[in-house]
Design a protein around this ligand. Structure first.
Ligand SMILES: [Zn+2]
Length: 68
């Protein structure tokens, strides 16, 4: 039963996310909008941000907040 689910290439991952923790301690966030799984990160917060960062690169005009 899939209705109106955004596609991974258009989703900005601005949806609730599920964070999975692996045995190795790395975290990965899954977007509940499109079910994309983001990159693994050492913390749940970082995993969430990494997933959002993926969405920003999907053709959206990125609002760069990185200070690197
Ligand atoms: Zn998404």
């Amino acid at each position: 039963m899939v209705r109106g689910r955004p596609n991974a290439s258009t989703c900005d991952h601005n949806y609730p996310t599920l964070v999975n923790v692996r045995e190795t301690g790395s975290h990965s966030a899954r977007c509940l909008g499109c079910l994309t799984v983001g990159p693994e990160r050492p913390s749940s917060v970082a995993a969430h941000e990494a997933l959002k960062d993926l969405g920003m690169r999907n053709g959206h005009r990125a609002v760069a907040t990185h200070t690197s």
